[in-house]
Design a protein around this ligand. Structure first.
Ligand code: ADP
Length: 372
């Protein structure tokens, strides 16, 4: 018998689009929630004004389980806010803390024997001088924390650029080899304290300038790549990690797979599960928080197009090109107050229910022709 205990109220740390989509999933499942706001006038606050607070004491008092949508808070801050209820956080706080920054993640991967691109933690100006004894240009420099969508990532071609990246990002700085990429893939899982788990689909992520533009299922990769990813995920799950986790992997020209990074939360690369899968990544969190069994996720061929803003303004309408009526097209705008060039404003999912379309070409057509 399963001991299903419906939470009286779920606490969500954060109010970005991932929190919004969690809130939408909880609403459909009649699960009450309260979000702890981190910004002003967020889409979540405007969509669910009765279910938000800025008062962390009230938040902790009124909720009995908690989840989150970003890594802004450090482990110690979460412990301080949650107090005795910190055992009720999903992801488990000890799993979460490995993902607070890119360098701790690399340490975890290394300790678990998972291949990453060759890397080095640069902690000071002195370390910076040793970089060239271990790496040749071009190399990659990354802010260890605070970066997203390629904003904390630079390709470095010489010492001057390395110096300027260290000034822009500060220390610790993650320096790594530049992988000759054939493609990139992502996959994740949800795992509960009791070891119940479910895998999200293996997807291919197509990037431009360090930003993911298209996500495709199934990933067009060899059996060797799929096995390498599956082995890495199994190793991470068995560690054990408790929560929802999504991981990004590099695939080089020899189909050698290295793990780049992970996130202890729902992830942009899995938004196609909302329209193409038997259960979405957000629904899986809802099920885990309700202590219900996690079902196997089945997914229909699909593609997700990230919609980045092109103009500056309010209430800018999304214009999509004409697409075949036999493809299920689901645009989703996140309701952000202002549109700005490069800002992630929403996504469009395309699901090929009859399996006859070249979804990648349709995704590329949307990318070329959409207006926002
Ligand atoms: P962010 O956390 O900002 O998304 P990532 O580490 O995922 O940063 O890097 C963003 C993108 O930059 C990657 O998806 C990849 O396309 C490119 N990139 C990052 N690191 C490397 C690397 N070591 N070699 C080649 N390309 C890289």
């Amino acid at each position: 018998m399963t001991h299903h205990k419906k939470p009286s109220q779920i606490g969500i740390f954060g109010d970005g689009q991932l929190a919004l989509m969690l809130a939408e999933s909880f609403t459909l499942k009649n699960l009450p929630f309260l979000a702890l706001l981190q910004s002003d006038n967020s889409p979540l606050e405007r969509t669910f004004p009765q279910a938000v607070t800025r008062d962390s004491a009230r938040f902790v008092d009124e909720c009995d389980v908690f989840t989150l949508e970003n890594e802004f808070l450090k482990k110690d801050e979460l412990l301080q806010i949650l107090g005795a209820k910190s055992t009720q956080l999903f992801p488990a706080i000890d799993s979460y803390h490995h993902f607070a920054d890119k360098i701790s993640q690399r340490n975890l991967f290394q300790n678990l024997g998972l291949p990453s691109p060759k890397w080095m933690a640069v902690l000071s100006h002195t370390d910076l001088k040793n970089v060239t004894s271990r790496f040749s240009y071009p190399l990659i420099a990354k802010a260890s924390s605070g970066g997203y969508d390629g904003k904390g990532v630079r390709v470095i071609k010489n010492e001057i650029e390395l110096q300027s990246a260290s000034e822009a990002f500060g220390y610790p700085l993650l320096v790594e080899e530049k992988v000759s990429l054939k493609t990139e893939v992502a996959q994740g899982f949800v795992r509960t304290k009791t070891g119940d788990m479910s895998f999200l689909p293996l997807v291919e992520t197509l990037q431009q300038d360090g930003i993911c533009h298209l996500v495709q299922y199934p990933a067009n990769v060899s059996e060797k790549v799929m096995t390498a990813v599956q082995n890495a995920l199994t190793r991470l799950a068995d560690y054990p990690l408790v929560g929802i986790f999504n991981f990004e992997f590099f695939v080089d020209e020899n189909d050698h797979v290295t793990i780049n990074e992970g996130a202890p939360r729902p992830h942009n690369s899995q938004h196609l599960t909302i329209d193409a899968s038997s259960v979405s990544q957000f629904d899986l969190v809802a099920l885990a928080l309700s202590q219900l069994p996690l079902p196997k996720v089945t997914t229909t061929p699909s593609i997700m197009v990230n919609i980045l803003g092109q103009t500056t303004g309010k209430d800018v309408p999304l214009i999509l090109p004409e697409l075949p009526s036999s493809v299920k097209v689901t645009p989703k705008l996140y309701g952000k107050e202002k549109c700005a060039p490069g800002r992630k404003m929403g996504h469009v999912n395309l699901v090929d229910e009859d399996g006859t379309h070249d979804l990648k070409s349709l995704g590329e057509k949307i990318l070329r022709e959409y207006r926002l």
